[in-house]
Ligand binder design. Structure first.
Ligand code: FE2
Length: 417
């Protein structure tokens, strides 16, 4: 199929252009293209950007926040884990897929086409993993899903945890996960990081660790993860998610840490809405924001992206898959709102996420790449972010996934017209 998507604005370009698509790939990009095609679609002068990427989402937990016994009364991370642990025994592959599909639909209708999800592999039946691997395959034409074999209750704080992670990799998970700050002893946390790197090398997988998701400034597993990734030369395939404790480290230590982080080139994922909500719970005042050093990570030239993490689960009840909302919260909490920051803010939920997922070769509005893009009701990224605009269109492999009708306001008041 040959399709011409007419009249879109691209970042940094003054004039509107057309996107010519052939066999699912961008074939030509430029103003007023004169080409033979089967279909012409007017994109209404909206801004076209690559699709949103949600690089950290727990699809097995979605819509369980109100389940009997799952309500998190303290709002802490650790009660979230406890509530999940106590209520996860009745999972079924079919039930889980149904919930996960509902969440994927919510994200897709808000412009997401790429998701990295964590599957809890501390259930010996590996129900979450089975369900999410099936969905990865079933939905691959509509949405790209990567699955992390994630030991929610630790690798070494009960017997056989590391074996279940390895089994998850053998079954086809894309990434090795860990949760070192949750292990019962520091030594076991360190052991889990060593094991993660060992498994990633053995099975040629990416790494995505829930790393130091705590306000405890003594939680320092990031330095070990970055150092091992650096020594093995796998930093770009390695991700440290959350790293909240980095926001609590003293500056002398943070400065020293920055050197190995830069050498390692690892990726960072921050989950602003969840960690603003979950962290700082043991503080009175001053009360910490709970986020990692987002601004300093950007200034150091390291890759960082934002993610949703939770959609109505025992950790965070208010997630809805809206990456613009996540971005909005993140740039406020991390104080990244210079004009340059705002012009580039969408990178935090698009290209930086694609880089984290190691998808850069196939991602972006460029000739020769898959024709995946969304449009926003704005002319520039700045306007899109300031007005928190909705997604107008989503196109995948050259096909329109959906189109949202423009908002209609019914009024007789002249200033409101
Ligand atoms: Fe998470």
């Amino acid at each position: 199929m040959k399709k011409l998507y007419q009249n879109v604005y691209l970042k940094g370009k003054e004039k509107a252009v057309d996107l010519y698509v052939e066999n699912g790939l961008f074939k030509e990009i430029g103003p007023n293209l004169q080409v033979e095609c089967d279909n012409r679609i007017d994109m209404r002068g909206n801004l076209a950007i690559p699709p949103y990427v949600d690089p950290h989402l727990h699809l097995d937990y979605v819509y369980t926040a109100r389940k009997e016994g799952a309500k998190n009364e303290t709002g802490t991370l650790f009660e979230g884990i406890q509530r999940w642990s106590e209520t996860k025994n009745d999972l079924t592959v079919e039930g889980l897929k149904e919930r996960a599909k509902r969440a994927i639909k919510a994200e897709m209708l808000q412009g997401v086409q790429f998701i990295r999800t964590h599957a809890d592999v501390t259930d010996p039946k590996l129900t979450s993993l089975r369900a999410l691997l099936e969905l990865r395959e079933e939905l691959k034409d509509l949405v790209t899903i990567q699955v992390v074999a994630f030991p929610q209750e630790g690798m070494y704080s009960y017997k056989g945890g590391d074996k279940l992670v390895e089994k998850g990799l053998e079954m086809g998970a894309d990434c090795v996960g860990a949760i070192p700050h949750y292990e019962f002893a520091r030594e076991l946390g360190e052991k889990s990081i060593h094991k993660t790197v060992e498994l990633a090398l053995k099975y040629n997988k990416m790494i995505d660790v829930h790393c130091d998701e705590t306000d405890d400034e003594q939680s320092r597993f990031l330095e070990l993860l970055a150092t091992l990734a650096y020594m093995e030369g796998i930093g770009e395939r390695t991700t440290a998610s959350h790293t909240c404790a980095f926001g609590s480290y003293n500056n002398a230590y943070a400065f020293k840490l920055m050197k190995v982080l830069s050498l390692s080139k690892i990726n960072f994922i921050s989950c602003p809405t969840e960690n603003i909500y979950l962290q700082g719970r043991y503080d009175t005042y001053p009360k910490r924001r709970g986020l990692t050093r987002v601004k300093e990570i950007i200034e150091a030239g390291l890759n960082i992206c934002f993610a949703q993490d939770s959609i109505e689960d025992p950790w965070y009840p208010a997630g809805n898959g809206n990456l613009m909302n996540v971005l909005d919260n993140g740039i406020h909490a991390a104080q990244i709102m210079s004009f340059k920051d705002l012009d580039n803010a969408l990178d935090l939920i698009t290209i930086n996420g694609a880089k984290t997922l190691q998808l850069t070769d196939k991602y972006g509005i460029e000739v020769g790449k898959p024709a995946n893009f969304i449009t926003l009701n704005a002319k520039t990224p700045f306007d899109a972010v300031v007005n928190r605009v909705n997604v107008a269109d989503s196109v995948r492999k050259g096909e329109l996934l959906f189109r949202r009708a423009p908002e209609v306001i019914d009024t007789n008041i002249s200033i409101l017209k």
